[in-house]
Design a protein around this ligand. Structure first.
Ligand SMILES: Cc1cc2nc3c(=O)[nH]c(=O)nc-3n(C[C@H](O)[C@H](O)[C@H](O)COP(=O)(O)O)c2cc1C
Length: 269
């Protein structure tokens, strides 16, 4: 059986979780990285298992990931593992959407999971799930991969209902505070449309251009970000070696205040 990891992962957490699950299934696997634009078309053979791991944006499966997944088709019989990675708030519709997209591409979805990753907006002042997935998370992901591999080896695998995975339970007042704060931010259009770049710090290394998943930063013009292309994923902020880029999200204090308690990963197979 051939194993693939398909991921869209601007700040690397979805990829780390997916890699651990893939390694649990098989020592060798092929990576299909959808983080770069315009991925090649790919047909997956029937005797394959494909892990798809992507982030949650606004309670949905990251839109560019679903778009880029359209280049992947599975032959009948190929198995899929659906993974979403979220920043310690909630994943809402994301796992269901990923499941629908995977079944649409021809996969039988035999396992799934919702894992925690450091929030893209996490910073020193407002850490949100900082450092996750950590050793314990990745150990869990590896064990889940092993269990999937063992199950596949028996030949007796059934499709799973991803909706059976428990959603995070937050105190109702935390959810209420977050929702009303978020509504105010959105109504006042307070969220900056792009990260800012400090010209005096920028060393023109081009790292931001290289990691941007939507080609919003042109090489040679690194201190300008195209607001129409930017998805505010913070890949450029986290990758900048000179700390020249920052994204001061008004959501960060709200998330920090209401969703700092460690949440468990949830899986189903
Ligand atoms: C635009 C945007 C929206 C996000 N929305 C959510 C959300 O609704 N719930 C949540 O818990 N985390 C949310 N996050 C955090 C990401 O899901 C989380 O940081 C994830 O680990 C990022 O994955 P990556 O490292 O593969 O890019 C959001 C991040 C961004 C950039």
């Amino acid at each position: 059986m051939k194993t693939y990891l398909v991921t869209f992962s601007p700040t690397g957490t979805s990829r780390k979780v997916g890699e651990a699950v893939a390694r649990g299934i098989s020592e060798t696997y092929e990576l299909i990285d959808l983080t770069r634009p315009r991925p090649a078309e790919k047909e997956i053979s029937a005797d394959s298992v494909v892990i798809i791991s992507l982030p949650v944006y606004g309670g949905h499966a990251a839109r560019p990931a679903l778009e880029r997944m359209k280049n992947i088709r599975a032959r009948s019989g190929a198995k899929g593992v659906a993974l979403v990675v979220y920043g310690n708030r909630d994943y809402e519709n994301a796992l269901t959407e990923l499941g629908v997209a995977m079944r649409g591409a021809g996969f039988a979805v035999v396992a799934g999971g919702a894992f925690i990753g450091e929030h893209s907006y996490s910073c020193a002042r407002y850490p949100i799930a900082s450092g996750r997935p950590d050793r314990s998370d990745l150990g869990q992901a590896l064990r889940v991969g092993r269990a999937i591999g063992e199950k596949l080896a028996t030949g007796k695998v059934a499709e799973v209902e991803l909706e059976r995975i428990e959603r995070p339970a937050d105190p109702p007042e935390a959810t209420r505070r977050f929702k009303s704060g978020a509504a105010k931010i959105l109504a006042a259009s307070q969220a900056p449309r792009t990260p800012t770049a400090d010209e005096s710090r920028c060393i023109r290394c081009g790292r931001c251009t290289a990691v941007c998943p939507t080609e919003a930063i042109a090489g040679g013009d690194e201190c300008h970000t195209d607001a129409d292309r930017c998805i505010r994923c913070c890949a450029c902020v986290k990758a900048c070696p000179a700390r020249a880029r920052s994204y001061d999200s008004p959501f960060a204090p709200l998330l920090f205040l209401n969703f700092s308690a460690r949440k468990p990963n949830r899986t189903l197979l």
